[in-house]
Write a protein that binds this ligand. Structure first.
Ligand SMILES: Nc1ncnc2c1ncn2[C@@H]1O[C@H](COP(=O)(O)OP(=O)(O)O)[C@@H](O)[C@H]1O
Ligand SMILES: [Mg+2]
Length: 331
């Protein structure tokens, strides 16, 4: 786990970049750092892998204070994606991606296999790119190579600084999905900087919203959206926050709270699955595709029906429900 204990960072003895930040990232947790430009996100990441000194407080990585860890060794165990991809211009793409495995002494065959796998993962053809140099790639392709490089040696911890920032929406969406899929399987501990609240809501187990070096709220996405702790948070997430929250819930979440009506037996009615996102449901109902949707379980059995009224009741209940109170730090 990564634990920030009252961490502050002052540059040049006067710029307070980070102020008294305390937060815990559990093993296997995907935590998003978000906030306006200059609020200290990059600085927080850079202190974890000792690219910046900590002015006050400490950061604990798996029970060790990071300052006591060997810099070189620790960085091999931490995948780091920087904002401006940071590829070495004089190395081929394959060499760039395989830097850490190479340092770890992997043999050629294992490296090649891993390279091919990672390139498929990020959607670039291995043989087409293997021998190219970074300047022969587009900005978005370079950024994807940066992600592949960070994943190369399968590190347990990933620090990712706006890794999908320069990508066009389709590729970005695809990498987000891929990344969530990878995360389901391998459960890395991830600190991920984003400036996009939609990305944060979609990707994060928790979101830490920062302002001027301080944490404004650290919570699960649903809590941030439904129970912003102050005006800054509520403005940052947007006045459409209730609509945004619909992508976090499924039909199943809805009927667990407000139930369903008994289903109509008429045959020409639209059916949806229990796992369908509430966002899709809301959209279908508002599109007037149907006034009523029949819900089916995995076996295709009709288990009830819902209308716009159910959605409204459910969202209101979520907003009303008192916050579970994820604390900034559990000691
Ligand atoms: N090397 C540095 N020297 C002096 N000030 C810095 C340095 N790096 C960042 N800062 C300042 O620290 C603050 C936080 O910066 P940063 O962590 O890069 O924010 P973010 O990543 O959220 O945009 C900003 O005011 C920035 O100007
Ligand atoms: Mg930054």
């Amino acid at each position: 786990m990564i634990q920030f204990n009252n961490v502050s960072k002052t540059y040049n003895s006067d710029v307070k970049a980070v102020e008294n930040v305390s937060l815990d990232v559990d093993d296997g947790e995907f935590v998003i750092l978000i906030g306006p430009s200059g609020c200290g996100k990059t600085t927080l990441l850079r202190m974890v892998n000792q690219l910046e000194d900590i002015t006050e407080g400490e950061i604990i990585l798996n029970r060790n204070s990071v300052q006591e860890l060997n810099k070189i060794e620790m960085r091999r165990k931490i995948g780091y994606v920087i904002q401006s991809n940071g590829l070495f211009p004089n190395m081929t793409i394959e060499k760039n991606v395989m830097i850490v495995p190479d340092l770890l002494g992997w043999d050629r065959k294992k490296q090649r296999k891993r390279f091919n796998y990672l390139m498929e993962l990020i959607g670039l053809h291995p043989d087409e790119f293997r021998k190219r140099y970074p300047h022969e790639l587009s900005g978005g392709q370079q950024q994807r190579i940066g992600v592949a490089r960070a994943l190369a040696a399968d590190p347990p911890v990933m620090l990712m600084d706006e890794p999908f920032g320069a990508l066009d929406p389709i590729i970005r969406n695809r990498l987000q999905e891929e990344f969530l899929q990878i995360q389901k399987e391998v459960k890395k501990t991830i600190l991920f900087v984003s400036h996009d609240i939609d990305e944060a809501v979609k990707m994060g187990d928790k979101i830490a919203l920062l302002r001027d070096g301080q944490i404004m709220q650290y919570d699960r996405p649903a809590e941030i959206l439904n129970h912003p702790e102050n005006a800054f948070v509520s403005e940052f997430v947007g006045y459409d926050r209730v609509l945004k929250s619909t992508s976090l819930y499924s039909v199943k979440d809805l009927y667990n709270v407000v139930g369903l009506d008994s289903s109509d037996e008429s045959s020409n009615i639209k059916t949806v699955k229990a796992e369908t996102s509430l966002r899709i449901i809301l959209s279908m109902l508002l599109n007037q595709e149907a006034d009523q949707l029949v819900v089916e379980d995995e076996q295709g059995n009709r288990i009830g029906s819902l209308t716009l009224n159910h959605v409204e009741k459910f969202l209101q209940a979520e907003v009303r429900e008192s916050s579970g109170g994820v604390t900034l730090q559990h000691e």
